[in-house]
Design a protein around this ligand. Structure first.
Ligand code: TYD
Ligand code: MG
Length: 451
């Protein structure tokens, strides 16, 4: 029987029946390699059960068996814990705290009858043990396995029935018969496939730690997203302690939840009151500062937006947005120019969400615009004002979802009033509301007539 030969691009994964010099998918040269045969005879593939037609009315799924990790934020993001037999990808930039957080998870989940297996391909067992000491994750039920061979790991897993397996990291693991470097697309695919099969048959959840760069291009995580059941990503800004954990894919739950952690002396600690944490160093009463009420996950979150509008000496003035989408900033500036009489053409504009947090929610628009107007006019917004609303291209301010919950969080943090869209102001907010129908009215806020 003739074996079918398949080639694929080692840079983007594009598949082809014949070898090609330049990849039509990503444009890379000489990136095609022969597909290893291994996937064709994947363990368990032969034993595929016969396909059956099931009426949707009778297919009511039995709820997934979840095990809480014992770390609050992680459980919330996962939708209640790790699902038995699932494959989870933990993605994040190098140094962000992936190893730290999931060593803590391993320690929290490990029990004498069901240990946690922590496979470390990057660091020695001693290094991991040191980290465990520092973070208080020392437990005789966490079994370290310094190993980079996928088969060797699977061999070891036969002798235990773990509560969870952490593979740190997928980029260091190799399947022996695949003739490619660790971290290459060929290896990453095969390693993931092996652990997926193990998870499905062995029953324990497997967490694959994967590094991504800011551009998200490193071989691995992007491609892995399709293979795994759940993708959680750990994000943060260099120089800040704050870390955000969120699910970007979840076959067993929502992707709405967000958890905040602070990277401290003793590892990753859950931030219990994120709004208070984020507003701790706020310079109330400073021009350019506005407090936004965002909704990330299911909880409202107060965050300080800072804007600086300054004369530019550059032909093309700078637009710098940190924690906020750059294209959204450009749009808001265009709308403000058109509807407020403020000019930004010869000014540099910087916008920053304080605390190293990064959010993309339309409800931030009004606070960003208010901060810009405040900085441009060098007049502060009232210190007790929180702001939320979406801005449209025509300069109109639009109502946002769950306004009452947002206002309640603002009140809980000591804010006395909110500036919102007309429709939200007319609803039951529980706080005095300044209604802003159009961005042209933002000047009213800084003129101190906001009441
Ligand atoms: P790490 O978990 O190794 O990141 P990743 O696995 O994502 O590459 O953590 C990276 C940084 O965190 C490291 O530079 C040191 C710092 N750190 C702390 O600040 N506190 C701690 O308790 C630990 C263990 C690490
Ligand atoms: Mg690490």
């Amino acid at each position: 029987m003739r074996h079918e030969v398949l080639f694929f691009c080692t840079s983007c994964g594009h598949e082809s029946r014949k070898w090609i010099g330049q990849c039509p998918g990503c444009g890379a040269w000489n990136s095609f390699a022969e597909q290893p045969r291994a996937p064709r005879s994947r363990p368990g593939a032969q034993a595929r059960p016969k396909a059956v037609l099931v009426p949707v009315s009778e297919a009511a799924a039995s709820p997934a068996v979840r095990t809480a990790t014992g770390i609050d934020g992680v459980d919330r993001v996962l939708g209640g814990g790790l699902v038995a037999g699932s494959l989870v990808l933990l993605a994040g930039e190098p140094g962000i705290g992936k190893s730290t957080l999931f060593l803590q998870v391993a320690a929290a989940m490990a029990r004498p009858d069901a240990p946690a297996v922590y496979v470390t391909g990057e660091e020695s067992a001693e290094q991991v043990a040191l980290r465990a000491q520092r973070t208080g994750s020392v437990s005789s039920n966490v079994l370290l396995l310094p190993e980079t061979s996928c088969q060797a790991v699977l061999e070891q897993l036969r002798s235990v029935s773990p509560a969870v397996v952490v593979i740190d990291s997928i980029q260091t693991m190799v399947v022996d018969e695949v003739d490619a470097l660790a971290g290459s697309i060929a290896q990453v695919r095969q390693v993931a496939a092996h652990f997926q099969t193990w998870a499905k048959t062995g029953g324990a959840p497997v967490v694959l730690v994967g590094h991504v760069t800011k551009e998200g291009t490193i071989a691995g995580p992007k491609l892995l997203e399709h293979l795994v059941d759940v993708v959680v990503s750990l994000e943060g800004e260099p120089g800040h302690d704050l870390r955000l954990l969120r699910a970007t894919k979840n076959r067993f739950g929502t992707v709405a939840e967000l958890a905040l952690f602070a990277m401290g002396e003793r590892g990753m600690e859950g931030v219990l009151n994120p709004s208070a944490w984020l507003l701790e160093d706020r310079q109330a009463g400073a021009p350019g500062s506005a407090v936004a009420v965002a909704l990330e996950g299911t909880a409202p979150l107060l965050v300080e937006v800072q804007a600086l509008v300054a004369p530019s000496t550059l032909g093309t003035p700078r637009r710098v947005a940190q924690g906020f989408e750059g294209s959204r900033l450009a749009l808001l500036l265009a709308v403000l120019e058109r509807h407020t009489g403020l000019g930004f053409a010869d000014r540099d504009v910087y916008v920053n969400l304080v605390g190293g947090i990064s959010l993309s929610e339309p409800a931030l628009d009004l606070a960003v615009a208010a901060a810009l107007v405040s900085s441009a006019s060098d007049r502060a917004l009232p210190a007790d004002l929180a702001v939320f609303g979406e801005i449209g291209l025509l300069g109109e301010v639009r109502a946002v979802s769950r306004a009452a919950e947002r206002a309640r969080e603002a009140a809980a943090l000591g804010f006395g009033r909110v500036a919102v869209a007309g429709r939200d102001a007319a609803s039951e907010l529980g706080l005095p509301a300044v209604s802003i129908h159009r961005v042209g009215e933002l000047g009213r806020l800084v003129a101190g007539q906001g009441g």
